[in-house]
Every structure is written in C-alpha cells, then in structure tokens.
Design a protein around this ligand. Structure first.
Ligand code: PEP
Length: 251
C-alpha cells in the first residue's frame, strides 16, 4: 500500500522570522498527526537548514522546491541535488507548474532533475497537471501521460519505487477552485493504471500519488477518501500550521 503523505509547498513566502515561527508551530503540532501519515515541508532553499534544525525527531520531512538540472558548475543562483542532500533533506519537488510556466522548464530538464534527485538520495516529488484549456479540450489525460512518459517513466522498476507523484491541475492551484473528488480520482486512477502498464500492480500500488490544488481542511477529507489519492501537496493552506496539520489529520 502507498504511504499516506501530506507535503506543504511554501513557495516564495515568509521572511526568516515568519518561517521559523511556522516551523516551530508545525513542530509543536506534529504529534497530532496519525502515525501512518508522513508530513513534510518544502521551504525556500534558504530556510532548509533552519527547518532541519527546528523540526526534530524525523516526523516531518524537509525538502526543497527545486533543484537544478545539472549536477554542479557555473550556474549562479542555482541549487544542486547534492547540496540539498548534504543538508540531510528528504525530498525535492520537481516540475511544479509554476517552474514549468515561469521558468520554462521542459520535460527533458525535468527528467535530468528526477535522475539527479535519485542519485542524491532525495525523493523526487514529481508534479504533473493540465491547464484549464487542456481540461476543457478534453485532452488532459494525454497531457499527463506525456509529462510522465517524458520525465519519469524511463526509470526502472527498482528506481521508480522511490518517487512520489503529485497531480496538480493548474486551474486549481492558488485559485480557490478545487478539482472535485471525482475529477481528481479519475486522473489518479489513470496515473496508477499507467504505472501498472509500464511496471506492474505491485509497483503501482506502492507509489504515493498526491493531489494538489486549493486543498484545505474543508475539502481534504473527501479527496483523501478516494481510492487512488494518497495525500496532498498543499500550497496556500500550508502557511498556517493549524490548517496544514488539520489537512494531515483528514484521512
Ligand atoms: C501548489 O502550489 O502546489 C498548490 C497546490 O497550491 P495551492 O494549494 O495554494 O493551490
């Protein structure tokens, strides 16, 4: 069975003092989260060290929101998988739609990032999802299939077990509009079936597939009840510890 996971994506929010306050709040409230639910926070890279110091005893994974697609070198301002791993982080987001859209990240670069994450003992949390236009045109499953095929499904059976997938319909991110439980389940089931075809049912059932897109304490429980939804990637609602922990308690 796939692990239940709820991850917060803080994006480019909070100064150091606000970040430390939120980290302390999450640390204090983490005991309320059921034992079988893994939680984690993707802070801005500049706060990863603080996060690892404040969040004790391993209940809360700490991860970066991005890594660069080259291992090292003259790439001013970028952060490598090795750097993130050397801090003792657990995961990195890869291919968030905001990275694809504003920083023109393409499937080939994302494939390189997935490989670098795994080589550096980081769990790649691979994000995929369609735009509103693609949803309306009815092409959304094809879009998701090609995102996965071009950046993730080159992995062999042994490696793919180490990834987490996040389905994040772009039209639901930060908009307050959530995919309905049925809409989300349809895509999650589709992703699981792709994994079954490419690998096998055992592998497919081991990979956590998270939903992201305006998930909050009110809608989380209906989403998390769906057969193929193993948790959430939470943006806005993860900036308040009580909301974030409430979501993690929604299974
Ligand atoms: C996200 O950016 O990963 C996300 C899901 O954002 P929000 O929850 O704010 O829609």
């Amino acid at each position: 069975m796939a692990q239940k996971i709820v991850l917060g994506n803080w994006k480019m929010n909070l100064n150091l003092f606000q970040a430390e306050e939120l980290l302390n709040d999450v640390d204090r409230l983490k005991k309320e989260v059921p034992k079988d639910v893994q939680i984690g926070v993707a802070t801005p890279s500049i706060y990863l060290h603080s996060a690892l110091n404040i969040l004790t005893e391993g209940k809360v994974w700490v991860g970066s929101q991005n890594i660069y697609h080259e291992p090292n070198g003259a790439y001013t301002g970028e952060v490598s998988a090795d750097m993130v791993n050397s801090l003792a982080c657990h995961f990195t987001l890869i291919g968030h739609s905001e990275r694809r859209q504003y920083f023109n990240e393409n499937n080939e670069q994302l494939k390189a990032k997935v490989n670098l994450a795994l080589e550096n003992d980081l769990i790649p949390v691979f994000c995929c999802g369609e735009s509103l236009e693609q949803r309306k045109s009815g092409d959304y499953l094809e879009v998701i299939k090609s995102q996965l095929e071009e950046s993730l499904l080159h992995l062999d059976k042994g490696s793919v077990k180490g990834v987490v997938i996040a389905y994040e319909p772009i039209w639901a991110i930060g908009t307050g509009e959530t995919a309905s439980a049925d809409q989300a389940q349809e895509v999650h089931q589709f992703i699981r079936s792709l994994l079954t075809q490419k690998y096998d049912a055992e592998v497919a059932n081991l990979i956590s597939i998270l939903y992201g897109g305006s998930c909050n304490p009110t809608n989380a429980s209906e989403l998390f009840q769906q057969n193929d939804i193993d948790g959430g990637l939470i943006g806005g609602a993860s900036l308040k510890a009580t909301n974030f922990i409430e979501i993690a308690k929604s299974f």
